[in-house]
Design a protein around this ligand. Structure first.
Ligand code: SF4
Length: 314
């Protein structure tokens, strides 16, 4: 089947003159990946695997079937998944047929996994929609998790209403200068806040779980504390408390690990200090967040995927 025939008319039009994400490159992605994300209209996936390393409420007892998309619409200089978001070797070798994607997910779901996570999906939302539709047409209705950097358009999040069960948005910065320096997106704070507000509008503060404590519906906001930037983290938390509610579910992450690309950048070339993380946790508590998850400080040793392996987290 031709790639253009896979998509419904709305998805096809948006990919032909790409406005999928806030970059609005307006390139024809059926002619190749010439936009900022570098990804064409295909199913460019670095890995589909069971992941047990998300928050317990997301991974559940049996893990989540995560789809790690290649490429990204942000170029964070410290990216923890830099192998797949920026590594051209992996990008060139990651084109899948839609049916192969669906078969692989179906195989994993048959092993007792009940949720599918779309990881870094902001530049491939049409592909995400076709995968969900394809699974549904096979009679499969897993819990769908949209695991995003939040550099998403409000219209995009609106269009996912009814398709996505759990939003897992990252909220990285509130300072445009930092967003420019670290992620090449000075408008990130404004864009991300609007996108997260739309998710909140759809889901509210309640994160509904099944009898085993696994998320079935709702939103969990993530924030990665960066070394040397605890004050920025506090501003992010204040923004969530003021703009949304301290009743939202929050995951405060300490797993930052310096990648080869940041070894010459002061602050980013080290792991987080315990005191930095503790000060952010204390501030989170002082704001009245009551549904916050915190991470063990050793987490930066355990979260180092190798996407050249069949199971990157083995
Ligand atoms: S999805 Fe990619 S090509 Fe489309 S607007 Fe965003 S960065 Fe550009």
């Amino acid at each position: 089947m031709k790639l253009t025939d896979i998509y419904d008319i709305d998805n096809r039009l948006v990919l032909e003159n790409c406005t999928v994400c806030p970059r609005e490159c307006r390139v024809n992605r059926f002619d190749g990946g010439t936009g900022y994300c570098g990804i064409n209209a295909g199913f460019n996936i670095a890995s589909i695997c069971i992941h047990r390393g998300e928050e317990p409420v997301i991974s559940g007892r049996n893990g989540i079937c995560n789809i790690f998309f290649s490429g990204c619409n942000l170029h964070c200089i410290y990216c923890q998944n830099h192998e797949i978001s920026q590594n051209s070797y992996l990008l060139q070798h990651s084109g899948w047929e839609l049916q192969t994607v669906l078969d692989k997910i179906s195989e994993i779901l048959s092993e007792g996994v009940s949720a599918v996570g779309f990881v870094s999906p902001s530049h491939v939302v049409p592909q995400v929609k076709e995968i969900i539709k394809g699974l549904n047409s096979m009679g499969l209705k897993p819990v769908t998790v949209y695991n995003t950097n939040s550099y998403d358009k409000v219209e995009t999040i609106r269009s996912l209403s009814g398709l996505i069960d759990v939003y897992l948005p990252d909220y990285k910065y509130v300072t445009p200068g930092l967003a420019f320096r670290f992620s090449d997106a000075p408008d990130y704070p404004e864009v991300a806040l609007k996108a997260i507000k739309e998710m909140y509008y759809q889901k509210g503060s309640i994160l509904r779980t099944d009898k085993n404590g696994r998320a079935e519906n709702g939103m969990l906001i993530r924030h990665l504390v960066l070394p040397g930037h605890a004050e920025e983290s506090k501003k992010v938390l204040l923004s969530i408390a003021e703009e949304l509610s301290p009743g939202v579910h929050l995951s405060l992450m300490s797993q930052y690990h310096p990648t080869p690309g940041v070894m010459n950048i002061p602050d980013l070339n080290r792991s987080l200090y315990l005191e930095e993380y503790k000060s952010v946790v204390e501030y989170m508590n002082s704001l009245g967040f009551r549904n916050g998850y915190v991470q063990e400080m050793e987490s930066h040793d355990t979260y180092r995927p190798d996407f050249r392996k069949d199971d990157p987290f083995e």
